[in-house]
Design a protein around this ligand. Structure first.
Ligand code: DAH
Length: 335
């Protein structure tokens, strides 16, 4: 028996495996279910008891030898194959052109805005897109029957008649992040809060049910309207160039007093129009009270900018819907 095993061992060693076919032949000959190795184990019954330990050991050695020879050959064939392939590559061929992706124009605009506000010393904060009524409206001093609470403008996630249970909404602006920030940060605060907002409006070239805002909040002792104006004008010049044509107009928001809106001229000198890019103002003392900030000690300014509006001005785009259609012909202009 031991002699038979020796012979088999030699066969395994001498079997030539230089290609895939030979590898398969090797497998069939030795390692398959009816192969020689398995058949050898079947003869174990005939071996006298006292020899079994020794014979079994010899058989296992042959089995391991066959298996490792198979695996080694398999590996080295696979390596040869990849070498073969690279030898076939024609290095003088022009590579195929794969279309390059790029950042979405809104992302690019937002990045530019962020880098300007970093320079001006603002940090970044964010908050949830699903908001409760308190943060989206009440804390921002919206009176109970304000039209913005109406279902016309607001997407309700949960609308409850029970006065003890808050409504949940898709935030209609980024201003609730101001409240969250003041709730858990001691002034001085100087932060921007970029994010998506939602409004239940008819889709048109000028409005979409989803858009982006960059909220800002600056709270400290002695912050004044002059600081607000200076910051807004500095931003406009850094974003659109020092010759940017802008104007500040009085506005109205429940959460600021006084309130200002900023417009930037869009188009050529003769054939253009004012485009509103933001609402802003001095934080109303009631908002401070709702957020746990002492209105006797602190003042502050805030704004909410429309990112799409800024991108429109930056790139001369005239239809807000194009930002959301993901038409490659539109997007590839911003590579
Ligand atoms: N939240 C306002 C809007 O969506 C914009 C706004 C106005 C934000 C004045 C402010 C602000 O922080 O002070 O129309």
């Amino acid at each position: 028996m031991l002699d038979d095993i020796k012979v088999l061992e030699q066969e395994v060693q001498e079997f030539e495996v230089n290609n895939e076919d030979q590898l398969e032949a090797f497998r069939l000959e030795f390692l398959s279910r009816n192969g020689k190795v398995q058949s050898m184990f079947k003869n174990m019954g005939k071996v006298p008891k006292e020899d079994r330990a020794q014979v079994g050991k010899a058989m296992n050695q042959v089995k391991m030898l066959a298996e490792s020879k198979f695996e080694d050959a398999q590996q080295s064939l696979a390596q040869d194959q990849s070498k073969d392939l690279s030898a076939k590559d024609d290095l003088s061929l022009t590579p195929p052109s794969y279309p390059l992706g790029s950042l979405h124009p809104l992302t690019q605009t937002l990045e530019e805005m962020k880098s300007i506000f970093y320079r001006l010393g603002f940090t970044i904060a964010d908050g949830p897109e699903i908001e409760d009524d308190f943060h989206n409206f009440t804390a921002l001093n919206f009176p109970p029957n304000h039209p913005a609470r109406d279902e016309q403008d607001t997407f309700f996630i949960r609308k409850n008649e029970d006065p003890d249970v808050q409504d949940l909404v898709l935030r209609t602006h980024t201003s609730p992040v101001q409240i969250r920030l003041m709730e858990n940060t001691e002034p001085p605060i100087r932060a921007i809060m970029p994010g998506r907002v939602y409004r239940n409006e008819a889709v048109s070239p000028k409005s979409y049910f989803l858009f982006h805002q960059v909220e800002a909040l600056y709270v400290d002792e002695n912050v004044s309207v002059a600081d607000l104006k200076e910051t807004l004008v500095t931003f406009a010049k850094l974003m659109f160039g020092t010759d940017v044509k802008y104007r500040l107009r009085p506005g109205f928001f429940p959460f600021t007093e006084p309130s200002l809106e900023m417009d930037v001229w869009w188009g050529s000198e003769k054939d253009g129009k004012w485009l509103e890019i933001l609402g802003s103002g001095m934080v109303d003392p009631n908002v401070f009270k709702h957020s746990g900030v002492d209105p006797e000690k602190y003042t502050g300014f805030a704004w909410g900018m429309g990112v799409e509006r800024i991108a429109i001005l930056r790139h001369g785009i005239d239809d807000i819907r194009t930002f959301y259609e993901n038409d490659v012909r539109f997007l590839e202009q911003f590579n």
